[in-house]
Design a protein around this ligand. Structure first.
Ligand SMILES: CC(C)(COP(=O)(O)OP(=O)(O)OC[C@H]1O[C@@H](n2cnc3c(N)ncnc32)[C@H](O)[C@@H]1OP(=O)(O)O)[C@@H](O)C(=O)NCCC(=O)NCCS
Length: 169
């Protein structure tokens, strides 16, 4: 977790860095993002955010993308990893991002290339690798980032197929 998200911060720092986003009080300087807690049986075990990448102008330029939603995620309880929660969380975040940003035609997710668990989770959620290259200002510094994408059309097809097979089960 620390390797890919950075060291823990205290509440004062959290309020300073993310207070407006947590309270959904975005000023002109803030890039809006919706923050989510992922719960299982009422117990919070994960965290995610969904946003329109176009609202984050410099990031959109670095990615050379437009009309895309982005998501970031973590399963914070190590004991809960490897049980399918990561794939479900990514799918839920993409669904929420598409529902909120109707003009977006794709989801773009950008783990570090060395983050094997996150890359496998992207692939498991149906995203495909577009390119791998260094991306400025990505945490942690250094190393390539792996840029994954999934079109809205394909996401919706996947959702229909998986609900049909759930109905048959
Ligand atoms: C990435 C993360 C969310 C995955 O969560 P998870 O609950 O373990 O993921 P899942 O159990 O849904 O597994 C999804 C896929 O990844 C694979 N996988 C999980 N951990 C893996 C690992 N360490 N190495 C390789 N593959 C891995 C699983 O086998 C599964 O593949 P499958 O569907 O083909 O069987 C979790 O490891 C995490 O929170 N990591 C720290 C934070 C982080 O890196 N966030 C992403 C930043 S971009």
């Amino acid at each position: 977790m620390i390797a890919w998200w950075g060291p823990p911060v205290d509440e004062t720092q959290l309020e300073h860095d993310h207070g407006n986003t947590i309270d959904e009080r975005w000023s002109d300087e803030d890039a809006p993002a919706r923050l989510w807690i992922y719960e299982v049986g009422g117990v919070p075990i994960g965290f995610g955010e969904s946003y329109l990448i176009d609202h984050h102008t410099e990031y959109a330029e670095r990615l050379a993308t437009s009309n895309a939603i982005g998501v970031d995620y973590a399963i914070g309880e190590p004991a809960e990893r490897g049980r399918g929660h990561g794939r479900r969380l990514v799918t839920l975040l993409i669904s929420a991002g598409f529902a909120e940003h109707c003009t977006a035609d794709k989801a773009v997710v950008v783990p570090k290339a060395a983050n094997a668990a996150s890359r496998a989770t992207c692939e498991s959620a149906g995203l495909h690798l577009v390119e791998q290259r260094p991306l400025q200002d990505e945490y942690p510094r250094g190393g390539d980032s792996a840029i994954y994408a999934l079109s809205r059309v394909r996401f919706e097809t996947q959702a229909r197929l998986s609900s049909r097979s759930a109905d048959r089960a």
